[in-house]
Design a protein around this ligand. Structure first.
Ligand code: NAD
Length: 371
């Protein structure tokens, strides 16, 4: 089986997807062949340069033409959030498989519309919650399932970056809800919810507060100030369907934090902690043995943690962000080959993103929100 890829959007994630589709077959060996067919970006010159660089057969600046092309099997959507819905709905209607970056869309109704369309469509869907594919994160889930830390009772998670920390940063489209949707919740918070969901299951209800730190920012052309419409920070107290409790915090204005996606699962007999900036390590504490010998121990990722061994036969040599994207791509190719649902699908992503929109609603309306 050979599958032809059309990739739309040649920025940060476009490159990550292109590299992952190039690598997946060589890393795993047992995947359907991928033909890098069409690369789409604006303007056309840029699309041509990037198509050449990444090894795509042709370039276009017209995403609709890419979708209309019958040779394309998979459409990778790595454009800004505001374009996801239109492109995804067109690709689903054309019977394509879709690999879409997170978040699904700007608003909850739009995300719901995309999910409903995906359920009726023939193509598989996969959303770019890459951190879920980390083998050491999967080990954490297994340890919880096997009862290593007892009953999970409390989740503490936070996800921080500092790309909006500078008060002098000029205003950009990221600050306008019509273009960007949510602020830190849409960029970062949804990744944290995906982790929380994997470890603790679905959130039942939450109360939350959000904050805009700089109410206005200067326009880039110096002609005045424009309002910042979406949140810089968000904090939520959540109650899971299991009855466990949690706190989720996110900031895009946390100086010094670069990809601080950290969480802890507290259990009745121990605890697991993880930090994305050290993505090959898991810390575990279990209340076993004599008290004077108890303490956290570190599990370092290695070939025992599949599919680490597909990348490298030696433990401790470390996977990186791009490798998680390659595992993500492999999971979609396998789902297509086996006629199974991919994960996280549009349905899974809608569950994660219902939580970020609930945090926004709770903060704006000052009330507990049930999902
Ligand atoms: P980016 O600005 O770096 O790249 C966007 C690209 O889309 C640009 O090359 C732009 O020219 C292109 N583009 C815009 N309009 C287009 C159109 N009509 N037709 C074709 N190309 C068009 O953005 P990014 O950081 O790569 O973010 C893209 C998406 O990836 C966003 O949804 C973002 O939330 C998501 N993202 C995910 C992760 C992750 O960890 N999974 C990380 C960063 C970004």
């Amino acid at each position: 089986m050979a599958l032809s890829l059309g990739l739309i959007g040649g920025g940060f994630m476009g490159k990550a997807h292109a590299l992952a589709y190039r690598a997946a077959g060589a890393v795993f060996g047992d995947l359907p062949e991928v033909r890098l067919a069409t690369f789409c970006d604006l303007p056309h010159d840029t699309a041509e340069t990037l198509a050449d660089q990444f090894g795509f057969a042709q370039a276009t600046d017209d995403w609709q033409a890419l979708i209309d092309d019958p040779i394309i099997d998979i459409v990778s959507i790595t454009v800004p959030n505001a374009l996801h819905k239109t492109i995804a709905l067109a690709a689903l209607a054309a019977g394509k498989h879709i690999h879409c970056e997170k978040p699904l869309s700007l608003t909850l109704p739009d995300a719901q519309e995309m999910e409903a369309a995906a359920r009726k469509a023939t193509g598989r869907t996969l959303v770019g919650y890459n951190y879920l594919h980390n083998p050491i994160v999967r080990l954490a889930r297994r340890l919880i399932d096997e009862g290593e830390i007892g009953r999970p009772v409390h989740f503490r998670g936070w996800v921080d970056e500092d790309y909006q920390a500078d008060p002098d940063l000029p205003w950009s489209w990221r600050a306008r809800r019509a273009d960007a949707g949510l602020g830190t919740l849409g960029d970062l918070g949804c990744h944290l919810v995906s982790m929380s969901n994997l470890m603790m299951g679905p959130i039942d209800s939450l109360v939350a507060d959000t904050q805009i730190i700089h109410e206005t920012r200067s326009l880039p052309d110096g002609s005045g100030e424009a309002p910042v419409e979406n949140e810089d920070t968000a904090s939520a107290i959540v109650r899971y369907a299991s009855g466990a409790q949690g706190t989720l915090c996110s900031s895009r204005s946390a100086w010094g934090r670069k990809n601080k996606l950290d969480w802890e699962v507290h259990g009745t007999r121990g605890m697991i902690t993880f930090s994305q900036e050290r993505l090959n390590e898991l810390q575990i504490y279990t209340a076993d043995g004599p008290r004077d010998r108890q303490g956290f121990r570190t599990i370092l990722a290695g070939p025992e943690h599949a599919p680490y061994g597909n990348f490298c036969p030696a433990p401790g040599h470390q996977l990186g962000f791009g490798d998680l994207k390659t595992i993500e791509v492999a999971s979609l190719l396998r789902a297509i080959a086996n006629g199974e649902e991919a994960s996280p699908s549009f349905t899974d992503a809608l569950a994660f993103e219902s939580a970020i929109h609930a945090i926004d609603t709770s903060a704006r309306e000052g009330r507990r929100v049930t999902l």
